[in-house]
Write a protein that binds this ligand. Structure first.
Ligand SMILES: CC(=O)N[C@H]1[C@@H](OP(=O)(O)OP(=O)(O)OC[C@H]2O[C@@H](n3ccc(=O)[nH]c3=O)[C@H](O)[C@@H]2O)O[C@H](CO)[C@@H](O)[C@@H]1O
Ligand SMILES: C=C(OP(=O)(O)O)C(=O)O
Length: 424
């Protein structure tokens, strides 16, 4: 098990550079197998999800090579292989191999995906999409087998019941080479969807409307990468460092940001009183003064991201008066961090899945556990604010999605180490 040890209470300052978006990267790597030529991805974050996806690629004889921030993937000798379990369970996004294998071979055999413990995460909309394209979907022994009809997948209109990021991406991957037109109505609008569409369109796919709620895909016979693709910056990593900077920063500049991707988040923290100055692709967060308490409801993009509700929670604790309310409408059960924050002395409760936050003058280091990636980010910020030593168990969950986090925190002056300890 990985353990993060923090000696907190010191103001941090300096510069931090945001990596490529985890939620783009974990879709683009599976999508690369749709290419009939080698793929180059630039700006790839150093995160455990990437290592696990590379292992899954190698199970299909797809050679990949990751150097600095460049990932080369050569799918030219790919063999159609079932991906029943093992690494499939280590991350949520392994489900993108369903759409990608279906698009490439007309068949996918993929184990049920793993991922964060944040409440129920059904994939019925993904399945509905594959079936609308004519595929037969069988679910047996925790393994999903998806088979295209004899004449290949046929374009169709799919109305998603909710704007699911994963279903939108999976249907795009499956339909890029389907016959005729596919329409995804009530599609997710997240920036990572646009990134996937840009990546595939540059390979010869015809996808229009990504970033709106109606996406139209005209099937083409084959696609092949021609130019390297640079992954968009990670808006969730950026939001995490903004929260950290406002909680414990003495002036922090965060580089490689697309500000527009953070609009609803920035509006909220600025409403609380955090002063932020924007430059071209960077934001400077001033040391925070007295902050106002606030209420937050998460929603689909462009709403307040569920993946930022936990990283922003320590900031609400620093408000001087009032009661804060956080409601996660996407994952109402995503409240595992609250009990851990209470161990550190936070005045915070959960009632009927609603998080109630009260001003907390002092956090004290404690031994806590990162039940999932963003709970880990929340505890990491709390540990940096707290007096004394904080030990975060299961810190591997932080490393799933935070690029070179130890190195970045050191650059800001933090006393943080990550170590391996035997599992209990
Ligand atoms: C790898 C990746 O990109 N992960 C992100 C992605 O997850 P993921 O793609 O899994 O999340 P979705 O957008 O699909 O989920 C949104 C909501 O729809 C529900 N739903 C989804 C699909 C489905 O078939 N049926 C169904 O009921 C989910 O339970 C959830 O309440 O978007 C989430 C919501 O922004 C983020 O928290 C995750 O970081
Ligand atoms: C829930 C998340 O990730 P995943 O969908 O990969 O589990 C997240 O990034 O906050």
């Amino acid at each position: 098990m990985k353990q993060m040890i923090i000696h907190g209470g010191k103001p941090l300052q300096g510069d931090v550079w945001i990596g490529g978006a985890k939620n783009s990267t974990v879709a683009l790597i599976p999508a690369s197998i749709l290419s009939h030529a080698p793929v180059t991805l630039e700006g790839v974050p150093r995160i455990a999800d990437v290592d696990n996806l590379m292992d899954l690629l190698s199970e299909m004889d797809v050679v990949s090579d990751f150097h600095k921030t460049t990932l080369h993937i050569n799918p030219e000798n790919i063999k159609m292989s079932p991906l029943p379990s093992g690494k499939i369970k280590s991350l949520r996004a392994s489900y993108y191999f369903m759409g990608a294998l279906l698009g490439r071979f007309g068949k996918a055999v993929v184990g049920f995906p793993g991922g964060d413990d944040i409440g129920p995460r059904p994939i019925d909309q993904h399945i509905k999409g594959f079936e609308a394209l004519g595929a037969i979907v069988e679910n047996e022994n925790d393994q999903i087998t998806i088979t295209a009809p004899a004449g290949g997948l046929q374009g169709a209109t799919i109305h998603l019941e909710m704007p699911s990021v994963g279903a939108t991406m999976n249907i795009i991957m499956a339909s890029v080479t389907a016959q005729g037109q596919t329409v995804i109505a009530n599609a997710a609008k997240e920036p990572e969807i646009i990134d996937l569409a840009t990546f595939l369109n540059n390979m010869g796919a015809v996808i229009r409307g990504a970033g709106t709620d109606t996406i139209r895909i005209e099937g083409v016979e084959k696609i092949a990468a021609k130019t390297p693709h640079t992954i968009i910056p990670d808006r969730i990593e950026a939001g995490t460092y903004i929260s950290l900077a406002a909680c414990i920063g003495n002036g922090i500049c965060i580089h490689n940001i697309i500000e527009e991707h953070l609009d609803s988040y920035l509006a909220k923290v600025e409403e609380m009183g955090v002063v932020i100055e924007a430059d071209e692709d960077s934001l400077y967060v001033y040391p925070a003064g007295d902050l106002k308490m606030t209420q937050i409801q998460t929603g689909s993009y462009p709403g307040f991201a569920t993946d930022l509700q936990q990283p922003v929670t320590p900031l609400l604790l620093t408000a001087k008066t009032g009661e804060g309310v956080i409601i996660d409408q996407i994952y109402p059960k995503r409240v595992g961090h609250i009990g851990q924050l209470r161990k550190m002395g936070a005045d915070i409760q959960v009632e009927d899945n609603i998080i109630l936050v009260h001003p907390t003058e002092h956090l004290q280091g404690a031994t806590v556990s990162a039940g999932e990636i963003r709970a880990g980010a929340c505890l990491m910020i709390a540990g940096l604010m707290a007096d004394g030593e904080t030990v975060i168990n299961n810190a591997g969950n932080i490393l799933r999605g935070y690029d070179r986090v130890e190195e970045k925190l050191h650059l800001l002056g933090a006393d943080v180490t990550i170590q391996d300890v035997p599992d209990k």
